[in-house]
Write a protein that binds this ligand. Structure first.
Ligand SMILES: Cc1ncc(COP(=O)(O)O)c(C=O)c1O
Length: 262
């Protein structure tokens, strides 16, 4: 296939089967062969344009010329680590922290969501000296061994072996398909009650933290946004989460992180 300048979709699929592990899922019965991206659009091998509402890595769209140029410029100058002094990374940290609340003023630069969440977990463990973690059902926090441990979407899924003892799963406050729904005025309190029960079980001094995705993918689905305006879902979710955070704080834990991709 490597000598063929533009392999057909079937050839690409066959080659993928040859070189990729079978556990890697591929979207759609008739998989898309995406050959290029531009801003909010993806394009397949037949030139068909798709509005990309799903791809979870390209936060500012695909191939934004400013992003491409900045990456190219930097690659042409230097690619090294933080053991040396450098002005570029300081200037980036300054500009980044200027956009954040005052208390978020120290940066750890990482390469992926998994690395960020691993680091957040280590920080929380170092800070609290504890290990137990409260996680939301259905969550995905990354692909390392520890992050699979704290990701019910994975450890409860095919081939998973469930949560380890230090991971405590509570229901996802999903007001559309969840345990308690939008029409229940006490839904938020009811979700929080599950957290209370878990905290009682863990006991004071053992809680390391609570981790949650800022926009859990299962809630922010097209179906739920059709029924409830996105802001409304987010406000309710945030309220519920704030209550959960407050509980976690009083139990001596720390809110770990909000892992990013949505
Ligand atoms: C919510 C969430 N957290 C963490 C990750 C892991 O990020 P990465 O793939 O960059 O390691 C993902 C990736 O899909 C994610 O969706």
């Amino acid at each position: 296939m490597s000598n063929n300048p533009s392999p057909s979709k079937a050839q690409t699929l066959a080659a993928r089967g040859q070189f990729f592990a079978g556990n890697l899922s591929i979207a759609y019965k008739n998989p898309l062969k995406i050959v290029r991206g531009e801003m909010q659009y993806l394009y397949d091998d037949e030139g068909r344009q798709y509005l990309d509402a799903y791809n979870n890595v390209a936060h500012v769209g695909h191939c934004h010329p400013r992003v491409v140029k900045a990456a190219q410029d930097q690659m042409a100058i230097l690619n090294t680590n933080t053991r040396y002094l450098g002005d570029q990374i300081i200037s980036y940290a300054e500009r980044l922290t200027a956009t954040l609340p005052d208390s978020l003023n120290v940066c750890f630069f990482v390469n992926s969501g998994s690395e960020a969440n691993e680091l957040a977990l280590r920080l929380a463990r170092a800070h609290t000296g504890a290990r137990d973690l409260v996680v939301l059902d259905h969550a995905y926090h990354g692909n390392t061994t520890t992050l699979i441990d704290i990701s019910p979407y994975k450890h409860d899924g095919p081939g998973g072996s469930g949560a380890p003892q230090w991971v405590h799963k509570v229901p996802l406050p999903d007001l559309y398909r969840g345990l308690y729904r939008a029409e229940d005025d006490e839904a938020s309190e009811k979700y929080v009650r599950h957290v209370k029960e878990v905290l009682e079980k863990i006991g004071r001094g053992h809680l390391c933290g609570f981790i949650a995705e800022s926009l859990p993918r299962r809630i922010i689905s097209v179906r739920s946004t059709l029924k409830y305006a996105l802001p409304e879902v987010y406000v309710l979710l945030t309220k519920c989460r704030q209550d959960m955070d407050a509980l976690v704080n009083t139990s001596g834990g720390s809110k770990v992180t909000m892992s990013l991709p949505t």
